[in-house]
Every structure is written in structure tokens, then in C-alpha cells.
Design a protein around this ligand. Structure first.
Ligand code: GLU
Length: 490
């Protein structure tokens, strides 16, 4: 490995909302820099103008900020190695390309798209691997310079075709690539924009990046980059290719198995600390037992030496578990704020705003044990904000107890007992005592008949604790809902 001061980067292309796998690369690069007291750079690789998506740069920064990943240099804050948009660095790439041409390691290629298509087709027909055939490599430099004045062209890198290129990867060890299988790739396109290969080498060098930490999908490009470094006479960074992330079926992560934009998880009510904890262990471990880790601990202990090469599995159940864990672990005030926020955005507009703060505060502790995703909050507490119970199918009242006659008995008995509690004695404990007292006369366990009362009060057979809910609703509303349910059953 290198002994240069540690500087890492996250270099996304602004092609949309960054997905979880991509953000995992950012997280590891950041954590490594922080653990080594180094610096972390954000660079926007916007050289593919066809794939540019409006708003993507903001989404990238928003995703990082949500997880608490901060950068020392970047497009918004600048820094000594700017600009941090590749589209603003074009002269640097041209300069490198020209240097390589002078050294005989790059050449202009005037082949038309039609010729390249025909070449590809004939290679496919002959079952040969696709690749440029080197036609323009043989053009005399003076002729090439003259033609460049008015003929469209690209600049290709002349790959070494003999021997092997060896990647020394921190994660994978030594990886050997046959040079005979390499191709003279395009470095500079006809519009003057570089391809990723040239831009990443020029910028990682100019920005003094010590460790290039990126996804495994780039490993096949590594020989191109290594040969570029060698031809330019520049020092390579240490390389770390992070393991693939697979779905639970051990197939490539897809939209269905969780490969969606990071911010979509935020929208569904995942907490940033749960997501960070989850991503941290996709390919890395602290030791053989730790499963809960904070950002602070991660930035103290992260090490590339404990990143494994074999694919990581994206297990949504694990993420859900972590979310529940952090919901239960957070302090009361933050929880109340989150409940208020998610209730406000999720409850129907027919419920007047601002929401009753006392109700939010009373409901918050009841929700803690019941919620996995914050998006579940409004559905669980909507019934507390209306006079009548939420809509439900009458059949739901009888569903869990078996028949309507039993549901009627439950409601009748409950009404008698609850009606006997005075307004001033109406508390969680009193409601609980009254309803537990029904086990005898009904000859049924509470657990068996309580769904009838849940449906009557909340419109659903399960939910947040019923006794507390009745206390929050108050005597009048609770009794009115039970009577309404009874009336529905005739
Ligand atoms: N622009 C590349 C991407 O979007 C960056 C790869 C790298 O980190 O070098 O994935």
C-alpha cells in the first residue's frame, strides 16, 4: 500500500438518484479517510453529457448529508484541487492525451461509426472478441496532425499488448490481466470530453488521491488505468475494489431486491443511522461479533484490511431489524418529533392542522414497540384524531372471534363494564381492569376477544395498545365507537 497522506474520493456520475450500492462506496471511502485522519473529496464525473440528469448533483449531496457523510472538498465548497466538476477540467485531459501522443502511447482515430460498426459485426460473425483493430495507429503522425484540422476524430490509448498487467488490490490481492485481451480504448471523444478512463486517472492524480476505493464493476477497467499511470509516469493510488452486493437470492441486486435510490429509503421511514449501520456491514466487519455500529465508531475503526472480496448480501430483513433497533434506542424528544413529522405528512388532509400536540405526545411511546418503518405511523394513529372510528368493513368485527353473535356479546359486555367507569376515573388502568374482567362472563381469553374492540375503536384488528388508546380517546369517544360497532351488527 501507499504511504501517502490518505485522501479518498467519491466520484459519482450525475445520472440520477444514487442507489444504495453506489453510496456504500462513498461510505467506505469516507470512513477510511476519517479513520486515518485523512481527507475525503466529492468529485462529480459529468463527462457523459447524454446521461446527465437534472437535479442529480443535489440528490447526490442530499444522500450523503442524510447519512452524515461530510466532504472536505467538493463542488459546493471548492478546495485546493478544484474544480470538482469534470466538465470544467477539460484542458487537463487534453494535455494528458497530448503528452501520451508525444510519447507514442496514444493516437488519433478517424474511423467512422460505420466502419466501427462493420468491424464489430465481422468480429461477432467470426466469433472474435470485439475491439479496435488498430487501423489508425499506423497513420503517420504528421498526416494525423494535418487530418485532425478538419476531420472528426477521437484519441485512443495504445495499450501494451504483450505480457500481463497486474493489479495489486487491497481487497482482492493480486489480479493478473492478459494484455493480449486488451483493446485500444477511446480516451478523448470527438467532442473533446474525456472518457471515464482518462478522466479518473488525471483527476485522481491531480487531486492527490491515495486510495481509489470503488465498486467491483470497475475491476475490468483497472488494467487500462494501470497502463495509463505507467505511460504517464504517475504514481498509482492503492486500489480497493469493493465486493458486489447481491440480492437475498444471491443474484445481482435488482430494483425488487432492494437496489433503489438511497433517498427512497428515507421516504419510507428508514433512519439514517440504521441505513449507515446496514451499509457498513455490506462487505466489511469490525470483528466476528459486532452488528451494531454508529457513524462515530465506524470512522474510528474502519479499515480496508477487513473488507472481504466475496459478494455481500442485501438482506432487507436485517435493515428492518436495525431500523426497529434505532427507533427503540433513540431519546424521547427525537422520537416525539419524528412521530409528529410523519403523522403530519401522512394523515389525511381532513384532519385539522396543526395536529393536537398532546395526542402526538401521548401516542409516541405506544408506537415505539410497534413501528418498523416511520411510514407506518399515520396508519397506526389516525383513529386518535377523529371523532368517529376510521372506515372498516363490518365483517371485520366478527372475523377473529368467529361469528357475529360472539362479537355482539363482546361489545355488549364491554359496553356495560366501560359505561360503569366514571368520566373522572377513565384511565388506562381502569379500562384494562374492566376489559380483563370480561374473561369470566365471556368465557374467553382477552387475547381472543380483544380484536373485536380493536376494530370498533381503531378500524383494524391490531394496532397500538388498546387500553392506552382508550385513555387517550376518552370515555365519550370510546363508548360512542363501541355503540356504533354494536349498531352495525344489528
Ligand atoms: N463515475 C464513476 C461512477 O459513477 C466513478 C467510479 C469510481 O469511483 O472511480 O461509478
Amino acid at each position: 500500500m501507499t504511504d501517502r497522506p490518505v485522501r479518498t474520493r467519491y466520484a459519482p456520475s450525475p445520472t440520477g438518484n444514487p442507489h444504495v450500492g453506489n453510496i456504500r462506496s462513498a461510505l467506505f471511502s469516507w470512513a477510511f479517510a476519517r479513520a486515518r485522519g485523512g481527507q475525503f473529496v466529492l468529485r462529480i464525473e459529468d463527462t457523459d453529457r447524454n446521461r446527465y440528469v437534472e437535479g442529480a448533483v443535489e440528490a447526490i449531496m442530499e444522500s450523503l448529508r442524510w447519512l452524515g457523510i461530510d466532504w472536505d472538498e467538493g463542488p459546493d465548497i471548492g478546495g485546493p484541487h478544484g474544480p470538482y466538476f469534470q466538465s470544467e477540467r477539460l484542458p487537463r485531459y487534453r494535455e494528458a492525451a497530448e503528452l501520451l501522443m508525444e510519447r507514442g502511447r496514444a493516437y488519433r482515430c478517424f474511423c467512422t461509426p460505420e466502419r466501427l460498426d462493420a468491424l464489430r459485426a465481422s468480429q461477432a460473425a467470426a466469433k472474435q472478441p470485439p475491439g479496435y483493430d488498430g487501423l489508425c495507429l499506423r497513420i503517420d503522425p504528421a498526416e494525423s496532425a494535418a487530418r485532425a484540422k478538419d476531420e472528426p476524430h477521437v484519441i485512443r490509448f495504445a495499450m501494451e499488448r504483450e505480457g500481463v498487467t497486474v493489479l495489486h488490490d487491497v481487497v482482492r490481492g493480486e489480479v493478473v490481466f492478459e494484455n493480449a485481451l486488451q483493446d485500444d480504448f477511446v480516451m478523448l471523444k470527438s467532442d473533446g470530453f474525456p472518457t471515464y478512463h482518462l478522466a479518473v486517472v488525471v483527476d485522481d492524480t491531480a487531486m492527490a488521491i491515495s486510495h481509489c476505493i470503488r465498486g467491483d464493476e470497475w475491476i475490468s477497467s483497472a488494467p487500462k488505468h494501470i497502463q495509463l499511470y505507467e505511460a504517464l509516469g504517475w504514481e498509482q493510488p492503492a486500489w480497493a475494489h469493493l465486493p458486489l452486493i447481491l440480492g437475498p437470492d444471491h443474484k445481482k441486486l435488482s430494483k425488487r431486491s432492494g437496489d433503489t435510490a438511497l433517498l427512497d429509503y428515507r421516504e419510507r421511514g428508514y433512519l439514517p443511522e440504521a441505513m449507515l449501520n446496514f451499509l457498513a456491514f455490506l462487505g466489511w466487519s469490525l470483528d466476528d461479533h459486532t452488528t451494531i455500529i454508529s457513524a462515530e465508531e465506524l470512522t474510528r475503526h474502519f479499515d480496508l484490511a477487513r473488507v472481504v472480496p466475496n459478494p455481500a448480501v442485501f438482506d432487507i430483513e436485517r435493515l428492518n431489524y436495525l431500523n426497529g433497533h434505532y427507533i427503540r434506542a433513540m431519546d424521547e424528544e427525537r422520537w416525539v418529533r419524528l412521530v409528529a413529522e410523519w403523522a403530519d405528512r401522512g394523515l389525511p388532509a381532513s384532519i385539522p392542522r396543526p395536529l393536537d400536540e398532546a395526542v402526538v405526545r401521548a401516542a409516541a411511546p405506544l408506537l415505539r414497540e410497534r413501528v418498523t418503518l416511520l411510514e407506518e405511523i399515520p396508519g397506526l394513529i389516525a383513529f386518535l384524531f377523529t371523532y368517529d372510528a376510521p372506515e372498516y368493513e363490518t365483517a371485520l368485527l366478527a372475523e377473529r372471534v368467529g361469528d357475529a353473535a360472539t362479537a355482539v356479546r363482546v361489545l355488549d359486555e364491554a359496553l356495560v363494564r366501560l359505561d360503569a367507569i366514571g368520566e373522572s376515573e377513565w384511565t388506562t388502568a381502569a379500562v384494562e381492569a374492566a376489559l380483563r374482567g370480561l374473561e369470566e362472563p365471556l368465557g374467553m381469553k382477552l387475547r381472543k376477544f380483544i380484536p373485536v374492540l380493536y376494530v370498533a375503536v381503531m378500524g383494524r384488528p391490531t394496532g397500538i395498545p388498546l387500553f392506552d388508546s382508550a385513555a387517550i380517546l376518552g370515555r365519550e369517544r370510546t363508548l360512542a365507537r363501541l355503540r356504533a360497532a354494536r349498531a352495525r351488527l344489528g
